[in-house]
Design a protein around this ligand. Structure first.
Ligand code: PBG
Length: 330
């Protein structure tokens, strides 16, 4: 029943000043919520721009140390590492060598920054295989269990190097539990697992594959990464990863999957990460370059939306600039 005496409701009262809006804001985006992904090159003194990702560079370990130091000074606390190995072959042999680029980067970072920096390392074969798939291949099929055994070894090598979290991004079945068993068996009970729980077969990974030179040489990743049409299936993956011992779970990409972030965040017992992937980043960068919007405003709106959807942590190529240029409070 409506009465003619009813007062108009005035939500605008809470929007009248910056102070008031800040007081009642429902979502915080702070520096501690952001984790920058970084690409590591062999050798020294190497700094290469990634053509498809304005502002992103691939760095050798010596230069990586300096950039991470700046990130820490700017209030970031973690880094996610992706390696560009010297050699590729069918089995991704370099991925499990103690002298591979990733364990070397992890050791150098832990030596320099110790417990002040949370080091996350990518566990996946695609930058290491000559066919570019995330697992071993036989007759055009991506094998599951033999791939998982390779990932167990890779994770153990990263744990030995001192990684705080190993981060399987491959989407093979059973790899979280298998990696947990391998780590515990080798005495690395304290090493965590950040599971790429709901990783979709996405067209937004294009620039990353350029940066990590990890594009599949044949076919696509749809037999192991998730179908973009499915959200309920993400909850099944969440159940499995939690049961298998994931310490952190991730939804990826983030922006086109905010509904999935929300659903996972409502059910997860552990912190939820969302990966604001390369294509999402470059889209914003290029839009800003073309004058379609302002970089800082576009990036902050995207990152805030991902937080609002329920992500605790956001992996984002915007992280470094956002922290260093004071876009965000600590
Ligand atoms: C590979 C991997 C990919 C990304 C992270 N790990 C690409 C892929 O699956 O093809 C994408 C990250 C990004 O686009 O920023 N396992």
């Amino acid at each position: 029943m409506t009465s003619s005496f009813e007062l108009p409701r005035r939500p605008r009262r809470l929007r009248r000043s910056e102070a008031l809006r800040g007081l009642v804001a429902e979502t915080d985006l702070l520096r501690r919520h952001l984790v920058p992904p970084r690409f590591v090159l062999p050798g020294s003194g190497r700094r290469e721009a990634v053509a498809s990702m304005p502002g992103v560079e691939r760095l050798s370990v010596d230069l990586l140390l300096g950039e991470v130091e700046h990130d820490l000074e700017a209030g970031l606390r973690a880094v996610m590492l992706f390696g560009l190995p010297e050699t590729k072959d069918a089995r991704g042999s370099a991925a499990t060598e103690a002298e591979d680029i990733l364990p070397r980067a992890v050791r150098a970072l832990k030596e320099r920054f110790g417990a002040d920096l949370v080091v996350m390392s990518d566990v996946c074969l695609c930058p290491y295989t000559d066919h570019g798939h995330c697992g071993l291949v036989q007759d055009g099929e991506i094998l599951n269990d033999p791939s998982v055994r390779r990932l167990q070894d890779m994770a153990r090598v990263h744990a030995e190097a001192g990684a705080d979290f190993v981060c399987p991004s491959d989407m093979m079945d059973g790899r979280v539990g298998a990696i947990r068993t391998a780590l515990d068996g080798a005495g690395f009970e304290h090493t965590g697992i950040l599971a790429y729980t709901a990783k979709y077969a996405s067209a937004f990974y294009g620039p990353f594959r350029d940066a990590a030179s990890s594009a599949p040489a044949f076919g696509d990743r749809r037999s192991y990464q998730m179908d973009p049409r499915n959200a309920r299936e993400a909850l099944r993956e969440l159940d499995l990863d939690l049961e298998e011992g994931a310490d952190l779970v991730m939804v990826k990409p983030a922006l086109a999957y905010l509904d999935v972030v929300r659903r996972v965040a409502e059910l997860s017992e552990v912190p939820v990460c969302a990966y604001n992937v390369s294509g999402e980043y470059s889209m914003v960068q290029l839009a800003a370059r073309e004058g379609l919007g302002e970089l800082r405003a576009l990036a902050l709106e995207v990152l805030t939306a991902i937080r609002r959807a329920g992500a605790d942590l956001i992996l984002s190529y915007h992280a470094s600039q956002a922290a260093r240029e004071g876009w965000l409070p600590a």
